[in-house]
Write a protein that binds this ligand. Structure first.
Ligand SMILES: [Zn+2]
Length: 426
């Protein structure tokens, strides 16, 4: 599931015993991170480890500052079982979501808690690269300054609508942003003085990760996530792993061809799915001009029962269903999560969407449940945060040690953030 290259995890001794210890610590921390507080008895039941092992693992996580224990209450017979909970301020990540209109930002603590959330509109309409890089660096500095003393920052992860090369975070193409071959991870590393591990991910992939780990697809191992926006993004989870492909570009569902000879797409081809079901197509289908209206206008028209708008949205629903039929035939997901404008308009599209979706093979269609996104516009921030948490969940002690050492080096050198220097100079 890792989307980016973090700092190498230091492993002094790779003995089998250490591997087992690391895997066990990982299992306990993962349980608490995703499910919240649990009693020691709950942890014993969930992990299958014995009581003394759980006690020792919990104590080590307490020493690392990642969990805390409270005395438990006596429930039924037996001794009271201590309650163990993740410490939100033990470790945190800085997550960002770049869209054509704004930059969303969140400081997310262990356990997935959104400790601080910001959204800033782009200062210039062209969302040019240097301005966005500076905005992200500034927000990162501001959020980092508010972090609790001692909380270890695990890194920065940025969601971008477009094809992002892995693992180096080069944005190959993002038509909605007008970005081509932008080395975003590298630029952000420079702008933040190299003090954080940085990863850049595709919005569809991060949405899929978020819905899989914390949203509508929790508990399903095979997930298709589709987000309608200016373009149409998507991500696929296969057997619990994000499908990446050879270059990290897999899941570009918006560019499957559904209508040969159809409308010209942002990618230059004709009849791509996103050209037929993206926000522009929906706005045109309801009889509005995409230069003057946005998807919010369509949503309010539909909400007040405007018949022309409802008919237009239903017409688009046919194309949505057609694309979904092809995709479920290929991936055989247990759950299909619809996000963005497609998720928002799904109840209106449902009848026509279902009719064309019926072309999917019967056995596959019967297994796939179509649902709306639970996380909505937060999905990309939530997914970005989980990418940054992945290393510490895999190896709590090693990752925390490596990150703390890196942060201490910066502190010892008295490094100042370039952003702060910039502001002082101004
Ligand atoms: Zn296309």
């Amino acid at each position: 599931m890792r989307l980016g290259a973090g700092p190498p995890v230091r492993r002094a001794d790779a003995s089998a015993q250490d591997d087992v210890r690391r895997a066990n610590l990982s299992a306990v921390l993962r349980l608490l991170h995703f499910n919240g507080a649990a009693t020691r008895s709950d942890i014993v039941a969930s992990t299958g480890f014995n009581r003394s092992t759980v006690g020792s693992l919990t104590s080590e996580l307490v020493k690392l500052g990642l969990v805390r224990e409270r005395p438990g209450v006596v429930g039924g017979k037996g001794r009271p079982s201590n309650l163990v909970e993740p410490v939100h301020t033990g470790a945190h990540v800085l997550a960002f979501d770049v869209t054509p209109s704004s930059v969303g930002a969140a400081r997310v603590g262990l356990g997935g808690y959104m400790l601080q959330v910001r959204r800033r509109l782009h200062s210039s309409s062209s969302h040019d690269v240097p301005a966005v890089v500076e905005l992200i660096a500034t927000l990162a500095g501001e959020m980092q300054a508010r972090a609790a003393a001692g909380s270890v920052c695990l890194g920065i992860v940025v969601s971008v609508m477009g094809s992002v090369r892995q693992p180096d975070g080069l944005v190959r193409r993002s038509p909605p942003l007008g970005w081509y071959d932008v080395p975003l991870a590298e630029l952000l590393s420079e702008a933040t003085g190299g003090r954080y591990p940085i990863a850049v991910g595709n919005d569809g992939d991060l949405g899929a990760v978020a819905e899989y780990l914390r949203g509508a697809a929790r508990g399903s191992q095979d997930v298709l996530y589709v987000r309608g926006e200016v373009g149409v993004g998507g991500g696929v989870v296969v057997d619990g792993e994000l499908l990446k492909g050879a270059g990290g570009y897999a899941g570009e569902v918006g560019h499957i061809v559904v209508k040969p000879g159809g409308r010209v797409c942002s990618c230059g081809a004709r009849g791509c799915w996103e050209a037929e079901v993206g926000d522009g197509a929906i706005i045109r289908a309801v009889g509005r001009d995409p230069r003057e209206s946005d998807i919010e206008d369509v949503l309010s028209d539909v909400a007040i029962g405007n018949r022309r708008s409802i008919a237009g949205v239903r017409k688009t629903g046919e194309w949505v269903g057609l694309g979904l039929a092809s995709l479920v035939n290929i991936f055989n997901p247990r759950i299909v999560v619809l996000g963005g404008s497609i998720g928002a308009l799904y109840p209106t599209m449902e009848p026509t969407l279902a009719a064309s979706y019926a072309r999917a093979l019967g056995p596959i269609r019967e297994q796939a449940m179509l649902v709306r996104s639970e996380l909505g516009s937060d999905a990309q921030l939530v997914g970005a945060a989980e990418v940054a948490f992945a290393d510490v969940l895999d190896d709590p002690a090693g990752t925390l040690g490596a990150r703390s050492a890196q942060a201490d080096e910066h502190a010892a050198r008295g490094d100042e953030s370039p952003v702060r220097r910039l502001h002082q100079a101004g």
